[in-house]
Design a protein around this ligand. Structure first.
Ligand code: NAD
Length: 506
């Protein structure tokens, strides 16, 4: 099955796999071997923009997981014995190949998510950048050197790998999600088994193809496809998986923490958000509208860092709301590069987010824009949700407290700064937050009082960079940070080293 592609022709990779052709059945990649699910079953992957089938995908179960983990366990010691610099060289080679195949990767991302090629290219570039950043860490890989209370004793720390890393990801930015986990896990000397999202098998498969071509040793990196309970859960439960790094919903994250916790395995959980964006009465309203639109609706709102609670000072509420409403109505929805947002990832997510809006309406909320599925020319069959603005909701209403993961945002009116901060912090989550103000005092006070992993002044709630830590408080995670050098802490343990010497015996 061929993807219609505007990508430049490129050579097939070393294993003879051309990223311009979508396999009729996307296989698992267990080390250097492509393999169907052990029981031969597959599932159908649909295009969110049309609802039509794109390809079949291997539907893995516990025995596929066992095979991949066993291969990883065998391969990991030799990989760990290489220097971090040498591992970094191989990861750099993956990043270089990703750059070479940027157009094909972006095409796959666009096909499996329904997002525009422009957005898919942006996401692919972010994934490549993460590769280069982490590869460079092979030459740093810092521990600490320090003093000792004892003469002639050297004290320091070095990093050591954990063993086999189980990586489980969400579908929203699929190639970036792969990169954020695979690169640091491998740099630290672990072997890794990636369980791709069932909604986005293609970019994970393509990464596996390029990792193989880049020279990642056989068995060190595997990709499995399938559903959460069938393929993800056995990875979490496998006794030889030393660290489970998960990006997804709180509900699944909680189960992973409980399950892996029973055998005291490390878990890194990057979970949901209900991120506030505060618009003060001294804000540049045009800039605030621009960033509200981006935060709430880009990527069809499918961001853990989406701005889903827009908290506006009373003095500017009516003006800001009118501007935002006009701008929201002007958004175009579709899959082309001139469109602002595409479909959501699957039908069941679409149905459940629209049902939440209906429940809010029944409880008295006002839907100022959207609130429905789009139909008609170019939309039929796809999972397109109109950009939705909801007002007249209470801080404790379901729609204010639960993540919808779609192009839906709520407006709140507050009297001033303290009320805005209190409302922003009144959430089960604490991932990202933003404030729009020209006042330095408000900006700094916001930064110190907001309870979130990321705080932004005069920008969006999203837009994190690869060299800085990302993660959240409360139910947004369990304290670890991905990206930046902090990601290395997820995938390595510290070894404290003492070396005594005797200067009289030289
Ligand atoms: P999800 O939890 O349903 O699925 C995520 C992944 O977990 C998928 O690969 C799925 O197959 C797997 N999974 C499901 N059940 C499992 C189980 N029992 N055991 C093991 N694996 C299982 O989440 P989703 O709806 O696909 O993704 C959206 C969520 O991801 C949102 O809550 C969003 O905020 C979050 N997210 C967080 C970040 C972050 O960095 N904090 C980034 C992106 C997305």
């Amino acid at each position: 099955m061929n993807v219609p592609s505007s990508a430049e022709p490129s050579r097939a990779d070393a294993a003879g796999q051309d990223l311009r052709s979508i396999p009729a059945v996307v296989p698992n990649q267990i080390g250097n071997q492509d393999a169907g699910a052990s029981d031969g079953r597959t599932f159908s992957k649909t295009d969110p923009a049309t609802g039509l089938a794109v390809c079949e995908v291997a539907r893995s179960t516990a025995s596929d997981v066992s095979r991949a983990v066993e291969r990883a366990k065998q391969a990991q010691p030799a990989w760990a014995a290489m220097t971090p610099v040498a591992r970094g060289d191989i990861l750099r080679q993956i990043a270089l190949l990703m750059r070479e195949h940027r157009a094909e990767l972006a095409e796959l991302v666009a096909k499996e998510t329904g997002k525009s090629r422009k957005d898919a290219r942006g996401e692919t570039d972010a994934a490549i950048e993460m590769g280069f950043f982490v590869a460079g860490e092979g030459r740093r890989f810092y521990g600490q050197t320090t003093t000792s209370a004892v003469p002639n004793k050297t004290a320091m720390t070095v990093r050591q790998p954990l063993g086999v890393a189980g990586l489980i990801i969400a579908a929203n930015t699929p190639i970036a999600n792969v990169a954020w986990k695979a690169f640091p896990a491998l740099l630290c000397g672990n072997a890794a088994v990636m369980k791709a999202s069932e909604d986005t098998p293609l970019s994970a498969w393509a990464f596996g193809v390029l990792a193989r071509e880049a020279g990642v040793p056989d068995g060190v990196y595997s990709t499995l496809h399938g559903f959460g309970e069938e393929a993800g859960a056995p990875l979490v439960e496998h006794p030889d998986v030393a660290v489970v790094s998960f990006t997804g919903s709180c509900q699944v994250g909680r189960w992973i923490a409980e399950t892996a916790g029973r055998r005291l395995a490390k878990t890194c959980l990057e979970l949901g958000g209900k991120n506030p964006l505060i618009v003060c009465d001294d804000a540049d309203l045009e800039n605030a509208v621009k960033w509200t639109l981006g935060s709430a609706f880009s990527n069809a709102g499918q961001r853990c860092a989406a701005g889903s609670r827009i908290i506006v000072f009373d003095k500017v509420y009516d003006t800001f709301t009118a501007l935002l409403l006009d701008a929201t109505r002007a958004l175009t929805i579709g899959t082309s590069d001139t469109d602002d947002l595409g479909p959501v990832i699957n039908e069941s997510q679409m149905v459940s987010m629209l049902a939440a809006v209906e429940r809010a309406k029944a409880a008295g909320a006002a839907v100022l824009a959207g609130g429905h599925r789009l139909s008609g020319d170019g939309y039929d069959g796809g999972y397109f949700v109109a950009p939705t603005l909801v007002a007249h909701v209470g801080a404790n209403d379901e729609i204010s407290q639960s993540e919808l993961f779609g192009p839906i945002t709520c407006l709140y009116r507050v009297q001033g700064f303290d009320e805005a901060i209190d409302l922003a912090n009144d959430s089960p989550f604490g991932l990202t937050a933003s404030i729009h103000t020209r006042d330095l005092n408000r900006a700094h006070t916001f930064v110190s009082r907001i309870q979130s992993g990321v705080a932004v002044v005069n920008g969006g709630t999203y837009g994190s960079e690869p060299h800085l830590p990302f993660g959240g408080l409360r139910q947004s995670g369990n304290g670890w940070r991905e990206a930046g050098t902090d990601a290395l802490n997820v995938y390595s343990d510290v070894k404290t080293v003492y070396i005594n010497h005797d200067p009289t015996r030289v």
